[in-house]
Design a binder for this molecule. Sequence first.
Ligand SMILES: Nc1ncnc2c1ncn2[C@@H]1O[C@H](COP(=O)(O)OP(=O)(O)OP(=O)(O)O)[C@@H](O)[C@H]1O
Ligand SMILES: [Mg+2]
Length: 334
Amino acid sequence: MVRVELKNIIKAWENFRLEIGYLKAKDGEFLTLLGPSGCGKTTTLRMIAGFEKPDKGEILFNGNIVNELPPYERNIGIVFQDYALFPHLTVFDNIAFGLEIKRLPRDEIERKVRWALELVGLEELENRYPEQLSGGQQQRVALARALVIEPEVLLLDEPLSNLDAKIRERLRSEIKRIQRELGITTIYVTHDQEEAMAISDRIAVMNVGHVEQVGKPLELYYRPKTEFVARFLGLSNILKLKAKDGKACIGGLCFDVERDGKVRVFFRPESVYVKPGKMAEIVDYELLPGRIRLRLKIGDELILAERFLDELPFSVEDLPERVDVEVRSFSILK
Ligand SMILES: Nc1ncnc2c1ncn2[C@@H]1O[C@H](COP(=O)(O)OP(=O)(O)OP(=O)(O)O)[C@@H](O)[C@H]1O
Ligand SMILES: [Mg+2]
């Protein structure tokens, strides 16, 4: 299998500049490029695929520079958002296409296509044409077509964004299962943070033209280094505080920040535990399925706390006016 590395990459257009100092997808890893529209995800993927050349820097597969290799010599499988199936070919022939170009013997093509059909659960539909398939089925064909050539690297650009929520969830866990089964190095592009969290070994969060932070999903979620990463991945509390003697405090709530001066303390609403007490005022609340989101005023700041209803130390009908607050996990932003 293959390790993919990007080193000192620069790609610039008139109104956009992408710079990536270093980014790696390890052998067999599922790496996701996550970021808002226009941040450079597709451009990055297209450079890895070889459809786009970096102005500067190197792209390496297993330590070998592939900058000059055209896409078809990089041994990659690609899946796009819009499936891009051949409308006049059956499911079977769509999947067989890449193998026929390689002029493999007929029986080998048959065997490989059947393997790919089974992998994505489409055995029954091999004689249909794309227009006779649902969006989810079409995307499975696209996935089978990418996998049938047994690529060393699988590249997916927002493959699920044209599908409805239910199918999207089903297909994403299937993509993950197949990726694990085959152990194939995979680089996946999405702007959907939930999808990224669910599917990835590691995530590279991108912001206009650069990578903000790379890490495992929970590491990024609970210990973001920047405000951008914190806010992009979910609801955030960010308190601007002044630390003294290694502690930053507000309204009786203290954080061991191990430094002095200005700090920005970050924590998720679900890291905030409450019990009846004096520290914070419950300003208002919102009920969510099985959960409650409390807006608390502590000092002169507002923070969010989110708890499962069955672990609240009081009933919703009988909310106290004030609570004590404990934050069990926090990080310091740059
Ligand atoms: N061939 C091109 N010529 C000029 N500018 C381009 C070209 N391709 C992309 N860009 C610009 O580069 C920037 C990044 O585009 P890119 O497609 O990589 O973003 P993205 O993160 O994939 O966004 P989205 O989530 O909308 O797909 C955009 O501002 C885009 O307009
Ligand atoms: Mg894109």
